[in-house]
Design a protein around this ligand. Sequence first.
Ligand SMILES: Cc1cc2nc3c(=O)[nH]c(=O)nc-3n(C[C@H](O)[C@H](O)[C@H](O)COP(=O)(O)O)c2cc1C
Length: 323
Amino acid sequence: MDTARQEPSALLAKAATAAGYAPSILNTQPWRWRVHGDVLELYADPSRQMQAVDPDGRLLVISCGAALHHAALALAAEGVTIDVELVAEGDLLARISVKGHREVTGQAMRAVQDMRLRHTDRRPVFGPADPDAVAAVRQAGTTPGVDVHLLRPEQVSELGVAAAHADRTEILDPQQRAELAYWVGGERPDQSGVPLDVVPPEPSGGPVPGRDYVRAGTLDVSSGNDAYATYLMLFGPGDEPADWLRAGQALSSAWLKATELGLSVLPFSSVVEVAPVRERLAATVLSGLGHPYLVLRLGALDPEHRLPPHTPRLPADQIVELG
Ligand SMILES: Cc1cc2nc3c(=O)[nH]c(=O)nc-3n(C[C@H](O)[C@H](O)[C@H](O)COP(=O)(O)O)c2cc1C
């Protein structure tokens, strides 16, 4: 594509739209973009924050960090070179500035294809993930300020207990339960939330129980067994909004690598949402070496089964503003 003929503002608006493919907590898509000339600003959208489940906005900002990473990749695939500044003051989270142009690499094109293919897989995994693929995903997620820990079997058991406790805590709280029910299934006025066709009929068992989605889904989970799964924990030294943004960038990088390598990916965040559970995992699984940002389950995909459908996305005119 001849990017030299496109205005920076058009390229930035296009990248912000492509960043809409990013994963987000309960598919809330809690971001807004503003284009000013050759600068693209990323804002949190507090109206899409899960106030009861995520009162500090931790998962909201991690989601926005994933969108920021997606936008940067979309610009690389247009041959645009950029500066990314993490701001994390109030709702303004980050600023991307256009610097120049360069030749588009095959890797950049591939990353943008993976953005469209990537999705959450809530079925049990079909088999173990190839250890080399797990190592590549860990490497992709190990980014400035973020590390990726591979859980040992006894730590997986600890995580299982923690996830069960965190889910029960949320489900027993009437406000948190109502909030989860709002974002799952049902009818929202826009293209957001988690449809029932990507949710299992009941929370999955296995060593680490899947999230209780409050409503019964229709996803076919006939094959697979999470006894084969590998669990990774993204963590880092800080627990402030700028750290959560970095965690989101790392999440996007790791997840796109897993997509490229054909792995099944499922994030677990209730263990991070419930503060005492998060603090306990920091002490036990991480031995006090950092703050947990998110857990990822990895495994092999069932080659015989169709992938779960893609979740909806907000229209571009609701998330991108031309200033
Ligand atoms: C920060 C974050 C936390 C998430 N936590 C969970 C979770 O605990 N359980 C789950 O099933 N999915 C979780 N997800 C996956 C989202 O629900 C998913 O990204 C969203 O519904 C969009 O669907 P997609 O990933 O298939 O595009 C999480 C995603 C993000 C970015």
